[in-house]
Design a protein around this ligand. Structure first.
Ligand code: ADP
Length: 187
């Protein structure tokens, strides 16, 4: 599924493994310690190789932890990308402890990092919807709203953003959220 904005930018949804899809930058769902983990983070480090963790070691030595809502950039090792943006999603509690804002901020920070580097394409996993427990439909609404809102602006260098959803239920949730978002724009 895809949505083309009036400024020509494209938002796509695909089901699959984010490490297999080429993009200028791949966003990762990292943890605040930038220390590596399971899920999509494990897949990215396995596929990209040890260069990514060496760079994160240096970043960690410099800045310590990365707060929820933030992201740091490394190169992408063997991945079919130039950069990985390690975004730290919020751990879901009840949705009333700043989780929506932090989740939206993850996506926007990655898009800012892409803009700073004048990149054309960026792929995202469904941040926080695995171990961090964010309810899928709420996370999809926030993710689609943040990325679509960003791409709809003028003069962004990112011409294509892709949500790569590992599980079918995640794909369905994001597809429904994108349909709703697009419908609201027409009214
Ligand atoms: P978090 O800690 O932010 O919840 P997880 O890695 O546990 O991060 O899960 C985030 C999402 O990434 C989940 O929806 C999970 O199904 C998905 N995921 C896991 N492996 C991959 C992969 N290889 N490519 C894309 N998404 C993946």
């Amino acid at each position: 599924m895809e949505h083309r904005f009036s400024n020509g930018r494209l938002l796509r949804l695909v089901q699959g493994d984010i490490t297999r899809l080429a993009a200028d930058a791949i966003a990762n769902a990292a943890n605040a310690a930038l220390a590596g983990g399971g899920g999509v983070d494990g897949a990215i480090h396995r596929a990209g190789g040890p260069a990514i963790m060496s760079e994160l070691d240096e970043i960690r030595a410099r800045i310590g932890r990365c707060p929820a809502g933030g992201a740091v950039a490394t190169t992408a090792g063997r991945l079919p990308a130039r950069f990985v943006f390690h975004a730290v999603g919020p751990v879901y509690r009840d949705g009333r402890h700043g989780e929506p804002e932090a989740l939206a901020s993850c996506y926007r920070t990655c898009l800012d990092l892409a803009e700073e580097r004048k990149l054309g394409s960026l792929s995202f996993p469904a941040i926080s919807t695995g171990v961090y427990g964010y309810p899928l439909n709420e996370a999809a609404e926030i993710a689609v709203g943040a990325v679509a809102g960003y791409l709809a602006r003028e003069a962004v260098t990112v011409h294509e953003a892709v949500f790569v959803l590992f599980l079918e239920e995640a794909y369905e949730a994001f597809a429904a959220a994108l349909c709703r978002w697009a419908g609201e724009q027409v009214e």
